[in-house]
Write a protein that binds this ligand. Structure first.
Ligand SMILES: [Zn+2]
Ligand SMILES: [Zn+2]
Ligand SMILES: [Zn+2]
Length: 149
């Protein structure tokens, strides 16, 4: 979705649900849209504070909660660190390299075979949306092989 469309659409949704649209909230939404990858609340707060230094981190968290409740965004845990945020309509999962932190986004269908297997063999419905799948990227697994001999 084009950034301008998304910005207007989310603000309209917020207003429709009685949410306040303040200048800091607009700036938080803008920062969220402008982030190329998955920002933490702390990163978003720092972005917004450039132009709205009075914005407190708790304001950012509250707004992110509101957006999450409206189904606009989701949070994901990539590892030990704080949660990161992304837009909910772009369905994907995350592979994260435990050595270098590289995040690979994979489409839902990439997990289809494994999902079917878990369903048929273990009566389990896999929902890996909330957490990343940990592992090693190619560069890190190759350098591990070299250093181990
Ligand atoms: Zn969580
Ligand atoms: Zn994501
Ligand atoms: Zn890596």
């Amino acid at each position: 979705m084009a950034a301008a469309d998304r910005f207007d659409e989310v603000l309209a949704l917020l207003r429709a649900h009685g949410g306040r649209v303040t200048a800091p909230r607009r700036a938080i939404l803008r920062a969220l849209i402008d982030h190329a990858d998955h920002p933490t609340a702390e990163q978003l707060t720092a972005d917004v504070q450039v132009r709205h230094p009075e914005t407190h981190e708790s304001t950012v968290y509250r707004f992110l909660d509101d957006l999450e409740r409206l189904g606009v965004i989701d949070h994901v845990h990539l590892g030990h660190g704080p949660a990161v945020y992304h837009f909910a309509d772009d369905t994907h999962h995350h592979l994260v390299c435990e050595a270098c932190g590289l995040v690979v986004e994979v489409p839902d269908r990439a997990l289809e075979g494994f999902r079917r297997r878990l369903r048929s063999d273990f009566d389990f419905e896999m929902e890996p949306r909330h957490f990343a799948v940990p592992g090693r990227c190619r560069a890190c697994s190759e350098s591990a092989k070299v250093s181990s001999g």
